[in-house]
Design a protein around this ligand. Sequence first.
Ligand SMILES: [Zn+2]
Length: 745
Amino acid sequence: MNDLPYLHGETLTKIPPLGSYLPQVQKGVVTSWLSGNLSPPDWVLCPFGSSPLPALEMARAGFRVLIPVHNPILRFLIKKQAAPPSREALNSALVTLASSYKGTDRLKPHLLSLYETDCPQCGRKTSGASFIWNRSSQELVSKICRCGHCGEKTAGEAAPADKEKAREFSSRSPTYARALTRVTSPSDPIRVQVEKALASYPPRSVYALFTALNKVAGFNLPDEELSNLEVLLLHAFSRCSQPLVSTLQDEDADSLEEDTYREENVWFAMEDALENWPDGAQSIQVTSWPESPPEGGGIAIYPGRVKDLIPQLIGFPIRAVVMVYPRPAPDFWSLSALWTGWLWGQEAAAPLRGILTSRDMDWPWMTQAALVTLRELSDALPDQTPALGLMPGIETSSLLSWTSGSLSAGLTLENLAVDPDHHQGQSRWTINPLSKPVSSQEIDHRAVIRGAGMAALQSAGEPAHTLSLYSAGMAGLAGAGYPPADSRMAEAGDYFPRLVIDFEENIAYRQGFLHYSNIESWWHQEMALDPTPRSDQVEMKLVQSLVEGGGAVEEKQLYQMIYDAFPGLETPRAGLIEACLVSYGKRETAQLTAWSLKPNDQPASRIQDLQEMEGIISAIGTGLGYQTATQNMGGNLTLVTWDENGKAAERFFISASGLLSKVINNSGKDNGNGWIILPGSRAELIHYKMRYNPILGDIIQKKWKLIKYRLLRRLREEGGITKENYQERLCLDPFTSDSPQLPLI
Ligand SMILES: [Zn+2]
């Protein structure tokens, strides 16, 4: 178990439609997994139906994907993204809407006038882009304008006239009542959830959205054009709902205070769809189950609950299962009911009643839902069906819930790998395995969790992230046959809280684990740092890959080479790989997706540097009257000592790499002390390592001084070094970063 590599995926640079509500999966992972297991047009099942993008990706790669989707909004999203409207088509929908009439006005100027305000820059009238409200006082505080006259984007305080204009709209208006009635009747049990969802919109937004919605409902247009208008509306629905504010990757979002929310201009929000909807993607066919998509690949949607689909799968040739594990998302389900009712009426929203009236949607509930679904699924699928379990947005709760739910359903865990930096986890499973780990009634969960945590740290040789320890613990439990067979019929919802306690009590200070909460990492008080910890091994592997690659190597290939070398629980953090890449690599100008070794880091050039540095530091020592000696420590590490009367006065380690643990480990008791001479281009990487290995960081900061190559070269030019001033002069160019920013992650 656990010898399979993490699969490299690309993080999306642009938020996909409704992206802030949906699991954030990386591009390329599912197809990379499928290419090793299946060939088109094999059938793949996505039982959780929570994420459109992987299904679309697999279908575009030629596979036939069966996906049960209970949520009408997600069904709409899959269909429209499978055959995305062109930018022109969306623009034409916008023009149709803009030129329709509201009374004697055209709709566009009417909606824009709702937000009319004075530009903070030039004072002329413009339609405000966003308005910031104070949540507790319900007061309009400020506004952001993109002025059509002066062309400036400026923020300014809200004027009394702005406040008065906003107050013209109320949650007790007839529009508000109609916005509710369109979704549910007053006696409907889900009325409360729908009211809550509606309350996430400022009253002015409800008026504007509903005015646009009523126009669209009155149009008599072909289906295609109508659905393009629905794309615009849905985009505005999601953009204008307040919970979106905190997740918006907007330059202004940072400057907002916690206790505020942001009201968006509804017309601009619809225009925004043109920028944010994917354009130009290859069209694929979407059918309604049981109609099959063509041999060339496509998606069959089952418009209902997976539970009702499963009995139809017996004997059906499903070759693999891709699970994008969902999170409990009560807010998204409530908003989905609201949007469904708005777009397609009460009847369309009715099927969501079941999920909205179910008990609290939380992690115990999720664990139980995963268990039930996967157990029923196992009954319908053939033996040895491979499954990929993607874990987007992973943290400890979701990790424990998803894995324990799947284990309780009888799936065998084959591999677990996590990347805490991108909050991604990848698990591999076998459904209906031929043999299972032997479960023993006596398994001591707590001992397994502690032992696995220790083993994870031992293998890393340096502190590791909480998720790495918890993954090791879950993999350990799975290997020990968790949960015992006779308890499998128990509610999985009961396993989850028990597991949370077991982990919290055993990966803990009283068990000897040391927690660094600022970096969410752990170490153990009984362990010693390894002379070649995993981060140093990753650095060496990356350099080797760049050297062997000769010229340019594709970035995704480089990452995959590292993941292949450190599989399963050993998977290194993406931030570390990036820090190594930036230190040693340069982006190829022709293809920004490829890297090559920096000229300075070519092996021959580094050997020359080492000799040059050794020469300078020896010459300085001799000039000051010391006896100097040089020792080759192996692996491009040289030690120069300055001795006085047979006793060591100073030690200088000259290194070309960022492998500091080796230096410290080579320096005798108490981790030694002295000087380390390094290329300046290692600064970021070394700061990364010191930050994520606080023990190493502490030793370096207290006992060692780092010098850049370039400072020694400068001192050689300048001369004038004396016994009295050399220490001060060697510290003139401190080893801080050359570039203002640390690596992105
Ligand atoms: Zn202006």
